[in-house]
Design a protein around this ligand. Sequence first.
Ligand SMILES: C[S@@+](CC[C@H](N)C(=O)[O-])C[C@H]1O[C@@H](n2cnc3c(N)ncnc32)[C@H](O)[C@@H]1O
Length: 503
Amino acid sequence: MADASRSSYPSLLLPNLSQISIPFLINSYPPIVCKKSQIRFSVSAKSNDGLKVAETTTKTIPWGCETDSLENASALQQWLSESGLPPQKMEIDKVDVGERGLVALKNIRKGEKLLFVPPPLVISPDSEWTRREAGEVLRRNFVPDWPLLATYLISEASLMKSSRWSNYISALPRQPYSLLCWTRSELDMYLVASQIRERAIERITDVTGTYNDLRLRIFSKYPHLFPEEVFNMETFKWSFGILFSRLVRLPSMEGKVALVPWADMLNHSSEVETFLDYDKSSQGIVFTTDRSYQPGEQVFISYGKKSNGELLLSYGFVPEEGTNPNDSVDLPMSLNKSDKCYKEKLQALRKHGLSTAQRFPLQITGWPLELMAYAYLVVSPPNMSQHFEEMAAAASSKTTIKKDIKFPEIEEQALQFTLDCCESSISKYNKFLEGSGSLDVVVTSPKQANRKLLLKQLAIDLCTSERRILFRAQYILRRRLRDMRTGELRALRILDGFKKLFK
Ligand SMILES: C[S@@+](CC[C@H](N)C(=O)[O-])C[C@H]1O[C@@H](n2cnc3c(N)ncnc32)[C@H](O)[C@@H]1O
């Protein structure tokens, strides 16, 4: 599965976003009054090292609503049923997990199909544009699905009541909490210890690049269709934030991407595996429950097997500690610049699409074979140069060659190197978590204070769960090294004993 944050698309020929696979699909929400509200906020924050970061951001997103209210839910539900959504066994309500969600109205059995959202109620790259000409310009320029949908959403949102999606758009979150919507200083301050910070920065760079490319190649040539007051960086961040947190890929429609109103009110649980898809027999978007629900219980789907960091990156939440079996933490590793064979090793890595610095995902249950292959390469001495190529190939996730390589003569060094990397990461997490109490921010409104508190809590939850995995890896590595060393010691003692005997 391609990952959006790893794709780079510096130009409009950037089909990358369109290739992102989104394992679950959710999307939009309740309807109603497109009231023009504006959010403006200015932030003045202190960074982790105590330096005052002066940042003043003015953001104006005139669409959507607060997700902690149900202000537009009944209008959305009414519009959907008038537009062809069949009667449902669920309704939108306030929930403990996810603020708003779909809650069972009746007993729901395991194995039951739910939703049946008809295709005309789905937003896809083929949807008709209210401003037809704008859609034609984008299609003529072969704009890929993701930027096309992001532009579509802004175009329809700006039309307010004149868009057929007005009820849906006014029920979308005004401010998605994905990392795309964190400022650079928020990322630097709260996610300094986590590798997710890098992925968030890559994603923001990708989205910014996409917007700039669209502006240069298309929007600036058709200012009457794409005025900058409407199609700007802020509105693109909003629409990409909506796509990252709600767009789904429908496997039975050849992977078509879509926003599925109503279905996108379903929240994620790591305890279920069911996901949205098109059902040919009922000709609607459905999911099949993999557990039963009582009336009043929140119904969940799975957004895919994602780590807590990935859930924060795209969806803006972190599951409770220890509840996500797919959780992982990226461990950064890099070649030593003073290595005598630095050039040869780098060459071998480059040949297999790797670089001097790599990230490998650790899970509570262990780490990938690629990590060990990379560690072997880093610690191997010059007399093992004939194996550099084999090690680099095994370290790449793109090759299919045998990954389970073993070099007993340098295994101890490779494990020690991995342990050092873990411990260096742990110390960063310790520093952040121990200092997080003093991460004070200067805020100018209660709303802003709430936002800061929320982001800080999310960062603390993420770092605690990532550090837990690192602690586990540290324990396993220390034990292996101890066993190895005591084994070696025993062998040395036996050898010594023999020597004495022969003397
Ligand atoms: C597809 S929407 C689901 C509907 C959303 N709750 C709403 O009110 O619009 C995805 C968003 O729901 C929230 N969400 C989903 N699952 C969650 C969970 N397990 N815990 C906390 N928030 C969750 C996150 O804000 C995420 O970005």
